[in-house]
Design a protein around this ligand. Structure first.
Ligand code: CA
Length: 383
């Protein structure tokens, strides 16, 4: 089997509820998908991370020619050759490797989790990421009441944990955290995410102000370039500290994990370098007693890929109630998650089922693809 042609789909979906986090706002959602065609009629899909304006050109010029004529079943060979371990655009390699594995699975008639060694579960526990600041909440009171209503909705849906966006104004952030905790009660998990907004002193100040709200983890209080600051926060605040969602390549993760800068490492399967990178990061994390809690904030394809990976990860330390892996499930407005597949991935009682079909086990909805495609940057390479 040989790859004969590569189609790059740059997608954009406008959304109705513009939402804010500490670094900006989202009036829409983007994705860059790759579709690998073969001489046997099969096609494999992957999602890359990167801007839809520039990423297709990099794939077209730098990466696609190196895959044409190759057998997708040698996916790990190609991962190394494309720079999955060291150097390059890890977000692009991630998507190409996903498409190679989708093809390898379809060729074998097996889901990706089987190619990785088999699944230990057929559903994955997920937590709700939401609780952003919506544009329409024009007063602090509306913001607070809106967050409370949204958090209670997650509790009613059966989620055991939800994550709140902070990183705006420290005093108000702390008030919002306590208001949400009070509303949802003591049983439900609550995590907070500052999206790299602060320096160590501010992060410690806020961390201490929210410790009593029983926070499951304190995500990206600082930029990942400030590892010493991460360690200061860890030492000063009695909340597990997490980070790493934007990192690519094994060595960036090594630096964060081996320096004990975080309690929880959060690689993203379309940013870190793909399945092969995730497997290596998991080994690093295991060996250093750091918890792995993958980030996932892309289209339905990155969600499906994350489910296949987490299906293969055993529970945590032996106990009567062992900790099962947990995946981020973005609940913010995203048509590329809800409408991209013929059968969307739906949570039930705080779990998502692992797709069971060959490859990624999902089918792209061609009408949605056409609807969201940004025609001017779509590219095609090969015959
Ligand atoms: Ca995050």
């Amino acid at each position: 089997m040989k790859i004969t042609r590569i189609t790059i789909h740059a997608l954009h979906a406008p959304i109705t509820n513009t939402f804010f986090y500490s670094q900006g706002y989202y009036p829409g959602r983007d994705a860059v998908l790759v579709e690998l065609h073969t001489d046997e009629g099969l096609a494999g899909w992957g999602q890359c991370s990167g801007a839809p304006t520039t990423t297709p050109a990099v794939i077209e010029c730098q990466y696609a020619p190196r895959l044409l004529g190759k057998d997708p079943r040698d996916w790990n060979v190609h991962w190394h050759a494309l720079g999955g371990l060291r150097g390059g655009h890890y977000g692009i390699v991630s998507g190409l490797e996903m498409a190679l594995l989708d093809l390898a699975g379809k060729a074998a008639g097996l889901p990706i989790y089987k190619l990785l060694g088999g699944a230990v579960r057929d559903r994955v526990k997920v937590y709700a990421t939401g609780l952003y600041k919506l544009e329409r909440w024009t007063s602090f009171e509306a913001w607070r009441e809106g967050l409370i209503e949204e958090a209670l909705g997650y509790r009613d849906e059966g989620f055991s944990l939800c994550k709140l966006k902070i990183g705006f104004v420290p005093v108000k952030d702390a008030q919002l955290v306590h208001a949400v905790r009070e509303a949802i009660g003591p049983e439900m998990g609550l995590a907070v995410d500052a999206n790299c907004a602060w320096d160590a002193a501010t992060a410690i100040q806020v961390g201490k102000a929210i410790e009593s709200a029983h926070i499951a983890w304190y995500e990206e209080p600082l930029p990942p370039t400030n590892l010493e600051g991460y360690r200061e926060v860890r030492r000063a605040v009695a909340i597990p500290v997490s980070g790493g969602e934007g990192l690519g390549g094994l060595y960036a993760f090594r630096d964060m994990i081996q320096t004990r800068s975080v309690d929880i490492i959060q690689p993203d399967i379309i940013i870190c370098g793909g399945f092969s990178a995730m497997q290596r990061i998991q080994v690093l994390a295991d060996a250093n007693h750091v918890r792995l809690l993958p980030h996932c904030w892309g289209s339905a394809l990155s969600l499906a890929a994350s489910l296949h990976f987490l299906a293969t990860i055993p529970d945590g330390a032996p106990s009567i109630t062992p900790t099962e892996p947990l995946l981020e499930f973005d609940r913010s407005d995203n048509p590329l998650r809800e409408n991209l597949l013929v059968e969307p991935l739906r949570q039930q009682g705080g779990y998502l089922p692992v797709p069971q079909g060959p490859g990624l086990g999902v089918e792209i909805d061609s009408d949605s693809l056409t609807r969201f495609r940004v025609a001017k940057v779509m590219a095609q390479v090969g015959g």
